[in-house]
Every structure is written in structure tokens, then in C-alpha cells.
Design a protein around this ligand. Structure first.
Ligand code: GRF
Length: 202
């Protein structure tokens, strides 16, 4: 399958997906990496890997214009499946429905807990003993679509939002490629990792 990856920043999840594809673990070809920010570091990573990249600035544009341009880029690239990977724009119902069943997102909490922003602050505030991340299909309800898989990590004594985020990100990097592989008909196997529990829905 031809996939597109949408990013806004560092693109570390994008990078691990590219690596997993290269190792033959995800039955996909990345047709496009698209960012809504020209300064997203992940764009360089993608073009270094020989992946076509596009920037569609969201700043100063209406949502309709922005999404129409994104849609045009996706169609032009021949994308059949979309991965949101640290893409920081909320997409409209119309856009989401056009990609229904064909668009994934990763969120850095164990959904349905702690939707939206400042997720690790929310988790620490709630004094939970574990947190983690979720790969889910995107539906118009923000962070509310069907769950593909989740990874659980402990909250450690003395954690700050940054230290917890770092632990959760390590889990994201294992979860996302495997979850994507499963959605595209691959095995999506993960090796057992100390301190990370990973599980998938059928
Ligand atoms: C990840 O923590 C993701 O869950 C969140 O944004 C972060 C993106 O990181 N929504 P990166 O750009 O993939 O490095």
C-alpha cells in the first residue's frame, strides 16, 4: 500500500515507520511525508531517506483551504492510507470521513484517558501508576476512534512531564510500526520489551 505520513515536528515516529518498512516489517511504500510546518525537523529525515516531501502551511489559512491543499497533495502522491504522526492540526469531519478506515493516529496516553493536549501533565495530575500510548483509527471525535493497539509503561517516582514523555515515546516507537503493519495486513509482531506491555485489538 502507498501511505502518506503527516507530521508537524520532530518526526521520530515517522522515522521508525520508515525504518520498519525498510526492514520489510510493514507492507507499505511511503509516497509522501507532509508537514504543516516548514521548520519540521522530520522533513529533513524524510528527504534524506529519499522520500517525497511536501509542506502545506496551515498558518494564516482557513481550515477549508488548508485541508483542500493537503487532500490534493495526498491524491497527487497516490496515497491510499494516512498516518498522523505528531501532526498537530485537528482535521474536519469532512476530511476525516474521506479517509474513514484508512487513517491512523498515535496519541501519547492510554485512551480514552487524557485526550487532547498536555497529556503527560494530565496523567501526572491524575496520579496514575501507568501511562502509555494508543494507535487508533481517526474519526471525527478527537482522539476517539477505534483502538488498534496500546503500549503501557510505568509512571516512576519523581517523573516530570518530560521524563514520562520520553518513556512513552520509546513505547510509541515500538507500537506504531507494528500497529500500522497489522492494519495493512502484515504480521505486526513485536519482541517482548522490558518495562513495556504491548497489546492489540483484533
Ligand atoms: C508523539 O508523542 C505523539 O504521540 C504526539 O506527538 C509526538 C510526536 O513526536 N501526538 P514525533 O514528531 O513523532 O517525534
Amino acid at each position: 500500500k502507498k501511505i502518506a505520513i503527516l507530521i508537524s515536528g520532530r518526526g521520530s515516529n515517522m522515522a521508525v515507520i520508515l525504518d520498519a518498512i525498510k526492514r520489510g516489517e510493514v507492507p507499505a511504500e511511503v509516497a509522501l511525508v507532509l508537514s504543516n510546518r516548514a521548520d519540521a525537523a522530520g522533513l529533513q529525515t524524510a528527504s534524506d531517506a529519499g522520500i517525497p516531501v511536501a509542506v502545506v502551511p496551515s498558518k494564516g489559512k482557513s481550515r477549508e483551504d488548508f485541508e483542500a491543499s493537503v487532500q490534493e497533495e495526498l491524491i497527487h502522491a497516490g496515497a491510499e492510507f494516512v498516518c498522523l504522526a505528531g501532526f498537530m492540526r485537528v482535521l474536519s469531519q469532512g476530511f476525516v470521513e474521506a479517509w474513514s478506515g484508512r487513517m491512523l493516529n498515535i496519541h501519547p496516553s492510554l485512551l480514552p484517558l487524557f485526550r487532547g493536549l498536555h497529556v503527560h501533565e494530565q496523567a501526572l495530575e491524575a496520579r496514575v501508576a501507568v501511562s502509555g500510548c494508543t494507535v487508533h483509527y481517526v474519526t471525527p471525535e478527537l482522539d476517539g476512534g477505534p483502538i488498534v493497539g496500546q503500549a503501557v509503561v510505568p509512571v516512576e517516582p519523581g517523573d516530570t512531564p518530560d521524563t514520562l514523555a520520553e518513556r512513552v515515546q520509546k513505547a510509541e516507537h515500538i507500537l506504531y510500526p507494528a500497529a500500522l503493519a497489522r492494519c495493512l495486513g502484515g504480521a505486526g509482531n513485536v519482541l517482548p520489551q522490558p518495562g513495556i506491555l504491548i497489546a492489540f485489538r483484533e
